[in-house]
Design a protein around this ligand. Structure first.
Ligand SMILES: Nc1nc2c(ncn2[C@@H]2O[C@H](COP(=O)(O)OP(=O)(O)OP(=O)(O)O)[C@@H](O)[C@H]2O)c(=O)[nH]1
Ligand SMILES: [Mg+2]
Length: 453
């Protein structure tokens, strides 16, 4: 593997911009552009130490910088690493990077630093994927969950389950290889218990996946209802700013307005939509069609009603559209005398919140109701948590194999069949942690990272 370089800090101007180099020649290449004030070379200093100096292209000084040296294997990637802390301007960083490329560094691909850390055994896949989650975390629970995964909560749990399965598989292997020898009889009761334990541990992870995703990845949430009920006012209450236009004119919102907000510990990817109704206006018509599409695809619906008005056909239509969906009925305008109450909606909605988008009354209730509905209330962020669809799929496949093995065992099927199922489950768990994973999968995972990470 060659030596790679990339800007590790985000684009834009800032006090400091860091360029990271990793690979066999990282220190030599950095020495080719960096002149320390003390006259020392980076080659001469031990790991975890830094030198101050200038970055030079021949005689021309490009910038002043601090060069920090990490020596293999004690670095993020497990290779020699140099971090050049330059001044944080896009142009100066691009010039320094270009110089490093001239001296032999290659441009790092997306996530290539973390990929090397994984390939060099510095972290398993669950930890590498946690790095991405830390970078993208939008709330404290999301961050805590990601940090806990980075510290190994998920990887350790998976390995614990796998170890027990490996022990069981080894027992079956001995039995299969030496059926005539004097090996201890396979204890099917014990084996069944191991399988049941693995089943419940995996089921627990699978069960908590959705709530974990609601915290870390967010939930597509649509705000919908007939015109003028206060959808945009609710949008603005949730975002804490005048994101949508609010007027007393029915049909104010025509396009989909999107914003991501944290409500309690749930990340909501909100869409405020045009009021659902029949209209001859061609522009509004398109808006209503978009609203319906959002409604169809949303994972959570805030169905807004105007409690100060007698419900009509359009409200009933919304009720029908929400049937069987994950939904909270939002009874808005609670500051006005009520003509539509929670009682009236009880038959159609399990979750009803009375609110005044105008005064903010009921906001707390909407927050707790949302957390409860999504199962995130009081979530333990230090518990092992599946982070993405890949991990979820591995877990599900492993569970299916173990379930099949347990059934076969209980049904008196030969141990051979049970053995095959257990080994497949082990493979899926190894894929989850990355102990046994194809290059293709690894490339795909890291391609979703940003450059410099
Ligand atoms: N009294 C009272 N008025 C409200 C409340 N929420 C919204 N309104 C008013 O209701 C009217 C409509 O509000 P919007 O938020 O624009 O309603 P909308 O559902 O987005 O309407 P469209 O975009 O036209 O579909 C405005 O005059 C708001 O000021 C509330 O909680 N109490
Ligand atoms: Mg609106």
């Amino acid at each position: 593997m060659g030596t790679i370089a990339a800007v590790a800090t985000p684009a834009g101007t800032g006090g400091i911009g860091v360029i990271r180099l990793s690979g066999e020649d990282a220190i030599a290449i950095a020495d080719g552009v960096f002149c320390s004030v003390s006259g020392k070379k980076l080659q001469e200093i031990p790991g975890y130490t830094a030198l101050f100096g200038t970055i030079r292209d021949g005689n021309e000084i490009l910038d002043e910088a601090v060069a920090l040296v990490f020596r293999a294997p004690k670095s993020y990637t497990g290779e020699d690493v140099v971090e050049l802390s330059c001044h944080g301007g896009g142009y100066v960083l691009s010039q320094v990077l270009r110089l490093l490329f001239q001296k032999g560094a290659e441009a790092a691909g997306p996530g290539e630093f973390t990929k090397r850390a994984f390939l060099n055994g510095k972290m398993d896949l669950t930890k590498a994927e946690a790095v991405m989650r830390i970078v993208s975390a939008r709330g404290s629970d999301a961050l805590r969950a990601a940090v806990s995964t980075l510290h190994g909560a998920l990887g350790d749990r998976i390995r614990m389950i796998r170890e027990k399965l490996i022990t069981a598989s080894a027992g079956l292997g001995v039995w299969a290889d030496y059926p005539d020898e004097d090996v201890p009889e396979v204890q099917s009761g014990e084996l069944l218990q191991t399988l049941e334990e693995a089943k419940s541990a995996l089921s627990e992870l699978i069960r908590s996946f959705d709530s974990g995703q609601a915290i870390t990845q967010g939930v597509d949430t649509v705000i919908c209802g007939k015109p003028n009920v206060g959808k945009s006012a609710l949008m603005n209450l949730l975002t804490g700013k005048e994101r949508s236009i609010v007027t007393c004119v029915a049909g104010t919102t025509r396009d989909v307005i999107e914003e991501t907000v944290l409500l309690g510990n749930v990340l909501l990817r909100l869409s405020d939509t045009a009021g659902l109704h029949e209209t001859g206006d061609p522009v509004e018509k398109i808006g209503v069609a978009r609203a319906r599409e959002k409604l169809e695809n949303a994972a959570l619906i805030f169905a807004v009603f105007d409690s100060s008005r007698v419900p009509d056909e359009e409200d009933r239509e919304l009720i029908a559209l929400c049937r069987g969906r994950r939904c909270i009925a939002v009874l808005n305008k609670s500051d006005l005398p009520p003509l539509l109450t929670a009682e009236d909606l009880r038959a159609d909605f399990e979750n009803i919140v009375e609110i005044s988008a105008k005064s903010g009354e009921g906001f707390e209730k909407l927050k707790t109701e949302t957390e409860t509905l999504l199962g995130t209330a009081g979530v333990d962020t230090s518990a092992p948590m599946l982070q993405n669809e890949r991990q979820f799929a591995c877990c599900q496949k492993a569970l299916a194999e173990i379930t099949q093995a347990a059934q076969a065992l209980a049904g008196g099927v030969t141990y051979d069949a049970v053995h095959i199922n257990i080994d497949s489950a082990i493979d899926f768990l190894s894929e989850l942690t990355g102990d046994q994973v194809s290059e293709l999968v690894v490339d795909k995972i890291f391609s979703e990272f940003c450059v410099g990470k």
